[in-house]
Design a protein around this ligand. Structure first.
Ligand code: SF4
Length: 384
């Protein structure tokens, strides 16, 4: 029960890419043969034969079962069973019963396969469920591994191919077994919340929130669940390290989490918890933001400009001397900053201004005239 989005994500993976498995160009990993309803060149019996061989135990090679989409409750159909989804002329769910126990590992790709996802949402008529739910908590592969879950709707393709790489390297005798969390997710990818690495986390900290999608600021007030969602999309990107929900201005709707979509609905409504955390961050974040602005004002000046009391840029709004408040704040800030160490601010005060500073004025160049390097004509700016 899937939309094929996970296969599309897999095909778009780059680190490593699908083709690298098939070509056998990944160091330490044997060549992998992909049997996939969309990507395989064979159809009919030629396509399903390797599945039959694997089920009969005479494939002659270890195999990994990868499920995309949730498993429909075929048994619930009238007269003891029917077809919500099929592969070849047989029920897809039946293939799982035949293949999963003998597999090196069974991997669920995408949120439908990992936690049921959209087909398992309230009101679904298919009784859809995840691979874990279907096979049961006692399931172990022939190598003793419970179901591995790489969630996401669609998942980051690289998350899947990297999991496969870790699994295959270990199975090939290289390195330690990969670490999975208590729900079978690759622990190194899903142990952090998406919020911790979000490019908008600084806005959250300073209590500045977006009013509509596309605004630069933190999206929590328009329905972002990032603070409680385990996902690595913002640091990894959707594809080729590009994009990814909040990077592209979209709020996190919890698509990697068990219970998605119902537990995160309605989308684009502020999560109740954000009223407390967001409210607190508005108060202290507002104060912190103002203090930081003061530091930025000081930080945006060369020490030479402080000594000369001017900024040599026609762009600068603050060209002249610093205000008394700015000087006062900078004085105490630097005192704390250089406490117990060399006070570079004081040292720089003794630095003489360079003789060539403001050379054009020294040479008598009239700034109101354009300068023609070929000396053919000097036109006033208005004329230009
Ligand atoms: Fe956190 Fe979402 Fe705001 Fe990013 S946009 S900082 S994930 S709440």
């Amino acid at each position: 029960m899937s939309c094929d989005g996970c296969s599309v994500a897999f095909a778009g993976a780059g680190n490593p890419a699908m083709e690298q498995f098939q070509w056998g160009t990944l160091p330490g990993i044997p060549k992998v043969i992909l049997h996939h309803p969309m990507f395989s060149e064979h159809s009919g019996d030629a396509f399903t034969d390797p599945y039959r061989q694997a089920a009969a135990g005479n494939l002659g090679a270890p195999y990994i079962v990868v499920l995309e989409g949730s498993v429909p409750d075929d048994q619930a159909l009238p007269s003891g069973g029917g077809y919500f989804a099929a592969m070849g002329t047989e029920r897809a769910s039946e293939w799982l019963v035949r293949l999963a126990p003998g597999a090196l590992a069974s991997v669920a790709i995408g949120t439908c396969a990992t936690w049921g996802g959209i087909p398992a949402a309230a009101g679904n008529i298919t009784g859809s469920m995840s691979l874990m739910d279907y096979l049961g908590g006692g399931y172990r592969s022939s190598w003793g591994i419970p179901v591995i879950n790489v969630p996401g709707c669609a998942p980051v393709g690289d998350n899947f191919t990297e999991t496969l790489t870790a699994l295959l390297s270990w199975a090939n005798g290289i390195g330690n077994p990969p670490l999975f969390d208590e729900l079978g997710r690759p622990a190194w990818m899903f142990d952090e919340t998406v919020h911790r690495h979000c490019p908008k986390a600084g806005y959250y900290e300073e209590g500045v929130f977006a009013h509509e999608p596309g605004d630069n600021q933190c999206l929590v007030e328009i329905g972002c669940w990032g603070p409680v969602v385990q996902c690595n999309i913002v640091e990894r990107g959707a594809q080729n390290h590009m994009g990814g929900c909040m990077v592209a201005g979209g709020a996190c709707i919890g698509c990697t989490m068990p219970g998605f979509p119902d537990k995160y609905a309605p989308f684009y409504k502020a999560p109740p918890g954000s009223a407390i955390s967001g409210g607190i961050s508005k108060v202290y974040g507002g104060a912190i933001r103002r203090l930081r602005r003061m530091s930025m004002k000081t930080g945006n000046r060369e020490p030479m400009w402080d000594n000369a009391d001017e900024i040599p840029s026609a762009f600068a709004a603050a060209k002249g001397p610093r205000s008394g408040t700015d000087r006062f704040a900078a004085y105490f800030y630097k005192k704390l900053q250089y406490n117990g160490t060399v006070h570079h601010g004081k040292r720089y005060k003794k630095q003489p201004l360079p003789k060539s500073r403001d050379i054009l004025t020294q040479k008598g160049v009239d700034h109101s005239q354009s300068v023609d390097v070929l000396r053919e004509k000097a036109a006033p700016r208005e004329e230009i």
